[in-house]
Design a protein around this ligand. Sequence first.
Ligand SMILES: Cc1ncc(COP(=O)(O)O)c(C=O)c1O
Length: 412
Amino acid sequence: MEDSSLMLGMTIVETMAKINSNYNKLPPSYFFLEMGKKVKAFQEKNPEVEILRLGIGNTTEALTSTVIKGLTKGVQKLADVKTYTGYGDEQGDSRLRTALAAYYQKSHINLDPQEIFISDGAKPDCANILSIFSDSSIVAVADPAYPVYVDSSIIAGKKVIYMRCSQENGFISDLPSKKADLIFLCSPNNPTGVVLTKKKLQVFVEYARKTAAVIIFDAAYAEYIQDQDLPKSIYEIPGAKSCAIEINSFSKWAGFTGVRLGWSVVPMDLIVEGEKKGKINSLWNRRQTTMFNGASNIAQEGGLAVLSQAGQKECKKLVDYYMRNSEIIKEGLESMGLKVFGGVNAPYLWVKCPKGLTSWEFFDKLLNDAHVVSTPGSGFGSMGEGYLRLSAFGHRENIKKAVESIKKNLVL
Ligand SMILES: Cc1ncc(COP(=O)(O)O)c(C=O)c1O
C-alpha cells in the first residue's frame, strides 16, 4: 500500500485529500503577527504607557444619523411579515444598483444597473474576480500594494509580476515590463496615499486597450479625493469601459468596515480575447449567483441611505474628519523635517524613514520613543522598505496625542 493510501472499511482509497498547494507559495503572514508581538512586548514592559495607534486602516467614528435611520429601517422591515424579505437578488437590491448608477451619472458616467453588482465588500471582490479569468493569467501588481492583490492571485494559481513604485516615479507604477493579462490599480492608494491623475490613468487605459489586458481598479478610497481634477472613477477616462472593472466600497466612505457593503462594476463593453461584449459581465453574474447569496438586506438599506442627499452630505463630513486628522499628522511630521507623501487626497501617509533607517528600525523607534504604532512599509512589498505607513483613521484626540508625542519624544 502506498503512503497516500487509506483503508476505509473494506475499500482502499488510493489517494488522500490534498490541499491547494498554492497556499504554500504565499509570502509568510508573520509580518502583521510580528507587529502585534512587538506592541504586546512593549506594553508588557511598560504597562503604564498609553499606546497610540496610527497603524491600522480601520474606521473609528460613528455612523451618521441618516445612515443609522436607513439601517434601522432595514431591521424594522424584517419585524413585519408584510415587509419581511429573505434571500434577495445575488446581484444586489435593484434600488441600490439604480442609486449607484445615478451616483456615477453625477460624474457623467453612464452605467446600466445591470453592470453594477453589490457585494459584501471590496476585499472579497478583489480576490473573487480573479476566478473568472484564465488560470494562466499573468497579474501585474504594484510594489508596494494592498496585500490582497498578490495573495489572492497566488491562491488562484496565477503568476504575479510587479510594477515598481518609488520616490523617483512619484510612487506611481511604471507600466508592466512584460505582457500582463490583468493589472491591479489602486487609487487613492493604500499604502502610499498617492492618487493617479487623469493623464496617468489614461496611460494605463491606453496600454490595457493596446495589449488586451483588463484593469482591476480598486477605488475604495475614491471619496477621499478633495481635488476636483483627480478622477474618482476609472470610467472618467475615455475608453475605460472596454478594459476596466471597478471595485468600490462603503467601508471607508461611510464607516461600513463592520457593516460590510461594496460593489463592482463590470461593463458590458468590456472585451477579452475571443469573447463577445457582455461575456465578462455574464461570467461575474454566474460566479456571484453560484457562490454568493447577496449582501445583507439591512446593510443594503444602509447603502441606500448613504446615497441619499442627506447621507452623502453627512458622509462627506465623516471623510473630512479623517482628512483633518491626516492634515494634523502631515503638518506635525513635516514640521520635524520628515518627508511625507500622500495624505492629501487619501487617508494614508507614506513617511520616508529618516537617517537611512529600515522600516522595522523606524517602527521600533516610533514605538519605543513616542509609543506610536505605525505599519512598516516593507510589509506591502520590497519597494516599501525604508518607509512607514501612517493611517488617519482614529479619534481626533488620539491623533493629536500621537503627533505631539512624536514631536516631543522621537529622538533622531
Ligand atoms: C485598497 C483597499 N481595498 C479594499 C479594502 C477593503 O474594503 P472592504 O472593507 O470593502 O472589504 C481596503 C481595506 O483596507 C483597502 O485598503
